[in-house]
Ligand binder design. Structure first.
Ligand code: FAD
Ligand code: NAI
Length: 477
């Protein structure tokens, strides 16, 4: 007889492991199937996010930012350093250590919560049976009252730029380089292109980013995207919009890329290439014979607003379903599914899921952009405040960027907050709280913000919605 669980989660990334922990907290007998083998050749939990995504990329962004700050930005503070050097292998080893600590922490949480970790790859069979093929190729079948699919995503490979040792890589490869490329090409000016391009540019690579679209960061508010593009240009990140990749030739002295833009055919010589053109759902091999689990045209599991699939008691969450591919979105879906399994009525508002890009300056937003409100015919008021007039940002020597708030013209409810600037990743939490609490811009305007803080820029932006910012000249209304 196969082992019987209340819940079997397939995938132990931030969607799956959080779902498993919440299920266990709620008293459900829970197992999680995870197939990941880490750099050290050991089974690991944490998925893309902890192993090769959010955490390692932020570790390298931090190291490279510190290096660049010392190399280029400490002059105005009166600090100068001679003989600056970066030990790249040590930087990578530090990143690996953080990854090992955090993924090990998830294994401890599993133990503490009595969650069974089934090591190997899971396949969903009829009647909520899950076949687990272990790393030694042996297999077992477990059965579950409920199954949560949380198999995540992997990088899309371009047929014209297939992965090639350390020369043509995805984000995972670019997290492990132990030397700095002299000339680096990046395909795709999306989140990964900007973050990983920034890491290696800060360390000294000449970086050219080829982006197919004519518009930069089309999902972001235009004012924010424009301000960010200006800063990236100043830093020397060469982003070429409207560039369609033709082919990539591998030579002895590097890679030759041909691409076309509005001016015609061009070539680019680089030493290494990061291809970051999006990610695809991991659903290959997941569905056993005789099972009619519905997928969409992009291979994602089709789910409703409660993450229910077309099969009874089978749910799917995170990167393998619709919606943004973000760790916090995956985790919150995991919590919601666990709570709904025990009959609770959880709620997740996708409109309040923040987006954060950890470049310098950081870019963050929540809710609607101005272009989305215009397209939807919503009447709104807008208020912006520049970090150039914020005392704390000035003191930090990080006064580039702005906070922009959009509020409904009739109800004054906050509809969106958009930030480019220092610690935007942390500041955006204020927008999330405001939107979740259905606050008006006036609610925020009447609150007291500490001085001198970056948060005062949020305060000034909401005051500006009503034309009464105190440290800026207000637009006439
Ligand atoms: P995953 O994290 O992909 O986990 C899925 C897990 O399922 C994997 O461990 C996989 O091994 C396992 N699995 C798959 N199939 C099977 C199977 N059949 N059997 C058993 N196990 C299986 N998001 C953010 O919010 N913030 C960031 O800063 C951020 N930075 C990122 C940086 C990079 C370089 C990348 C690549 C991504 C980043 N993301 C970030 C996105 C984030 O990593 C994903 O949105 C998140 O990991 C999705 O979680 P998930 O649990 O759905 O999937
Ligand atoms: P992305 O969707 O963010 O960006 C891909 C970019 O590549 C787009 O701008 C697209 O127009 C462009 N593109 C596609 N095909 C192209 C081609 N042939 N030539 C040139 N450009 C092309 O995808 P990305 O950067 O790969 O990241 C995947 C996902 O991972 C993100 O959508 C995000 O959800 C997640 N992520 C989140 C992070 C964060 O939250 N800070 C950090 C990194 C990744």
């Amino acid at each position: 007889m196969s082992d019987q669980f209340d819940v079997v989660v397939i995938g132990g990334g931030p969607g799956g492991y959080v779902a498993a922990i919440r299920c266990a907290q709620l008293g459900l007998k829970t197992a999680c199937v995870e197939q990941w083998i880490n750099k050290q050749g050991k089974p690991a939990l944490g998925g893309t996010c902890l192993n090769v995504g959010c955490i390692p990329s932020k570790a390298l962004l931090e190291s490279s930012e510190r290096y660049e700050e010392i190399a280029h930005y400490n002059g105005p503070h009166g600090i100068s350093v001679e003989g600056l050097h970066i030990n790249v292998p040590q930087m990578i080893a530090r990143k690996d250590e953080i990854v090992q600590q955090l993924t090990g922490g998830i294994a401890q949480l599993f133990q503490a919560n009595n969650i069974t970790w089934l090591q190997g790859s899971g396949q969903l069979l009829p009647n909520n049976q899950v076949k687990v093929t272990g790393h030694d190729a042996g297999s077992q079948t477990v059965s579950a009252k409920n199954v949560i699919i949380a198999t995540g995503s992997t990088s899309i490979e371009l047929p014209i730029a297939k992965w090639l040792d350390t020369r043509i890589v995805d984000s995972t490869g670019a997290l492990d380089w132990e030397t700095i490329p002299k000339r680096l090409g990046v395909i795709g000016a999306g989140v990964i292109g900007l973050e990983m391009g920034s890491v290696w540019r800060r360390l000294g690579a000449e970086v050219v980013v080829l982006e197919a679209m004519d518009e930069f960061l089309s999902a972001a508010d235009r004012d924010v995207a424009k301000a960010a593009a200006l800063q990236f240009k100043k830093q020397g990140l060469d982003i070429r919009l409207g560039s369609k990749l033709g082919n990539v030739t591998v030579g002895d002295n590097g890679l030759t890329l041909t691409y076309s833009d509005s001016q015609g055919q061009k070539t680019l010589e680089v030493d290494r290439l990061i291809v970051a053109v999006g990610r695809k759902a991991n659903t290959q091999g997941l569905i056993g014979e005789g099972l009619n689990l519905q997928l969409d045209e992009r291979g994602r599991v089709i789910v409703d607003d409660h993450c229910k699939t077309n099969l009874p008691n089978v749910y799917a969450i995170g990167d393998c379903v619709r919606g943004p591919m973000l760790a916090h979105k995956a985790s919150e879906e995991g919590v919601c599914v666990a709570e709904s399994i025990v009959g609770q009525k959880p709620h997740l508002d996708f409109n309040c899921v923040p987006w954060i890009i950890y470049t310098h300056p950081e870019i963050a937003w929540v809710g609607k952009t101005e272009q989305e409100l215009k397209a939807a015919g919503v009447t709104y008021r807008s208020g912006s405040f520049s970090f150039a007039a914020n005392g704390r940002a000035k003191a930090m020597d990080q006064a580039a960027g702005l906070v922009k708030v959009l509020a409904d013209a009739k109800t004054d409810r906050v509809l969106g907050m958009h930030i480019v600037g220092p610690m935007a990743s942390e500041l955006i939490g204020q927008g999330v709280i405001a939107m979740e609490m259905e606050a008006s811009s006036e609610d925020l305007a009447r609150m007291v913000f500490g001085h001198p803080t970056l948060s005062e820029s949020v305060h000034e932006a909401v005051l500006a919605v009503d034309g009464r910012a105190l440290h800026a000249v207000n637009r006439k209304r």
